[in-house]
Design a protein around this ligand. Structure first.
Ligand SMILES: [Zn+2]
Length: 398
């Protein structure tokens, strides 16, 4: 008997979370449309939305269909109450800490960026900075919301999301640090620590155009090469909470040095720093931190290629081929419905495209390639922020 009750409760919980996610994903809708969207019965939707309304998490909008000519009972749309809760989203990347406040609908209302030498920080200094900033944001804006619900942290590098630990990040001079426990203790809220590409993948999955895609790999190309795997409709983290390190799979064990300490990783050929490093060997380029070239320097390099500089064109085509071989391996291993390429590195997709598809053909049986759609998604800076807010909100859902 107790098992039956527990299962019923579990299903109710899943349906409740699905309803909240659907409203966050697709915006306000009438109960009947919500039922159709999720494949839930009208009575299930009515029961759960009544409970959500009573808790102040959703509310009814003014009658939208007044003028639509629909006869009978008006279809009242329901929406999430943005003021029901807030979360703090933190982005930790090389020499930058970004703080944002997200509301219960997942919208971002506030942003503050701190520029500092992140590699010089000790673990204790990092925690102190995060505590100070979160306290300041909550003291200033927290009163506008019913509840401060959670903190989400997106980190460049290897992250164990199961334990909230940073394993290794190119942004930091230390390894293995539990970030979740001290922040959770300080603010008494759950803290989710996630890889930055996983956050992007979650934001992509949240967009209505991808909501029915059950398996996809989102590959982000920029200062590094990251990947998020969505399997069976869920973010795949594996047993260690840190998987899908596509950028650190090997193209050649004797290849160029990668930032992770190994050689010949896909990232060591395809990321911004890899392309800039190789370009510096071929020509005089403005001085820079070769491990972190600026956006403008990368744009200038791409422009030289487009204007016909054959050496630079070759560089991009070769980088594309390495990426293509990696994608071919991914197809062979997982065969996802979609592979989506995004990140600021996608600005040079035109220069890499033929190399990518040559690499895919080199590494995988041609007949099986057709089962997966490979497409690009224009880069939007705020995808990471959206993703970390969504993850923090989901993590905090009871
Ligand atoms: Zn590597």
């Amino acid at each position: 008997m107790s098992t039956k009750i527990s299962n019923t409760e579990k299903i109710r919980q899943v349906n409740r979370n699905d309803i909240i996610n659907a409203l966050r994903q697709a915006g306000p809708m009438a109960r009947i449309d919500l039922g159709n969207y999720l494949g839930l019965s009208p009575s299930t939707v009515t029961t759960i939305t009544a409970q959500l309304q009573q808790s102040g998490l959703i509310y009814e909008l003014a009658d939208q269909d007044k003028d639509s000519g629909v006869r009978g009972r008006p279809r009242v749309a329901i929406d999430l109450n943005p003021k029901a809760a807030c979360v703090i989203a933190i982005k930790l990347s090389i020499n930058e800490l970004q703080f944002e406040l997200g509301d219960y609908k997942g919208n971002i209302h506030f942003q503050r960026t701190r520029h500092l030498n992140t590699r010089k920080l000790s673990g204790d200094m990092l925690i102190e900075i995060l505590k100070t900033e979160v306290t300041s944001i909550i003291d200033t804006h927290g009163h506008e919301y019913e509840q401060f619900r959670a903190i989400g942290i997106a980190v460049q590098g290897f992250v164990d999301s199961n334990s909230g630990t940073i394993v290794w990040s190119p942004a930091l001079g230390f390894r293995h640090m539990d970030l979740a426990t001290p922040l959770s203790d300080a603010f008494s809220v759950p803290v989710v620590v996630a890889n930055d590409t996983d956050c992007i993948g979650v934001a992509v999955q949240q967009s209505p155009q991808y909501k029915d895609v059950k398996s996809m790999a989102v590959i982000m190309i920029n200062y590094g090469v990251g990947m998020c795997l969505i399997m069976n409709g869920e973010l795949y983290l594996g047993g260690v909470g840190a998987v899908a390190e596509f950028g650190h799979t090997k193209f050649s064990h004797e290849g160029p040095q990668c930032r992770c300490g190994k050689r010949g990783c896909i990232e060591a050929y395809v990321s911004d720093y890899a392309i800039y490093r190789d370009a510096c060997l071929m020509m005089e380029l403005p001085e820079t931190d070769v491990m972190h070239p600026s956006e403008q320097q990368m744009q200038d390099l791409a422009e030289r290629a487009r204007q016909g500089d054959e050496k630079i064109r070759r560089l991009y085509a070769d980088a594309g081929r390495v990426l293509g071989v990696g994608i071919g391996n991914l197809l062979a291993l997982l065969g996802p419905e979609k592979i989506i390429l995004t990140g600021s590195g996608i600005r040079t997709y035109d220069l890499m495209e033929s190399g990518i598809f040559a690499g895919v053909r080199d590494s995988f049986v041609e007949d099986l390639i057709a089962g997966t759609v490979i497409e690009t998604l224009p880069w939007q800076e705020d995808l990471t922020s959206k993703g970390v807010v969504i993850q923090a909100l989901s993590y905090s859902e009871v």
